[in-house]
Design a protein around this ligand. Sequence first.
Ligand SMILES: [Zn+2]
Ligand SMILES: [Zn+2]
Length: 250
Amino acid sequence: MSASAMRWSSEDLAWGKHANRRLEEIPELEWIQIGRGPRGRGCGTSWRNFTCSIGGEILSVPVRCDHRDCPNDADQWVEDTLKHVVKRLRSTGTFRRIRFVRPAPRTAEEMRVQRADVIAEAKRAEISGGTILATVRQTRGIPRITWHVVFSVVRKVGRPIDQRGLRALLTHAAIVRGSSSHGLVWWGDLSYRKRPKITFPRTSLHATEEKYFSVVCREHGCRAIYSSTTRRPMGSLIDVAPPDLAGGGG
Ligand SMILES: [Zn+2]
Ligand SMILES: [Zn+2]
């Protein structure tokens, strides 16, 4: 393998440089749909190799970045988030949704003000709490955000949305490119302050760290030790699910 083949593409490097910033650190917000951002470093193109500490055999694991922005990983974010929403709204059937269309906020401050305004409107409609997420659409080159307020069926406001509809909505969820901010925000009587036990699915914070992977050798039941990242697998292939995304509290 040539030296240049081992280098990361400029896209990968750009991602590493701009990933996971707080919203306040991004001068101008760029709204993208999940899965429409860059792949994380090495995601889908590289392998991590581990050596079994007992048997010494090499195990190779495909690199996944686990970014919701990434075309390879957005689907997983949708499924994890859907599970989380269903659990938190304490319903498996139908939810309701109301929508508010606004010009896309360009700064963190604009976004905060806009979201607070939408939540205030939802409260005026006597919705006590729920979750809010955005979708983005370009109209003649101008991005507009639709805020979707999703809540449990308590009143006849808004329109019903079932799990399939919710999955479709999550698939189109908008996020700020390069930001670590939550795709969904819970408010009112479902906010975190009120219900601190349930956590968000992890977004992307530890994704590029080698220690992210904890690989257990099935044959010997031991933890294999990371040795290298390469463009091709060096040992027997194993697929490793990401760590438990539900997090289980805290
Ligand atoms: Zn990825
Ligand atoms: Zn082993």
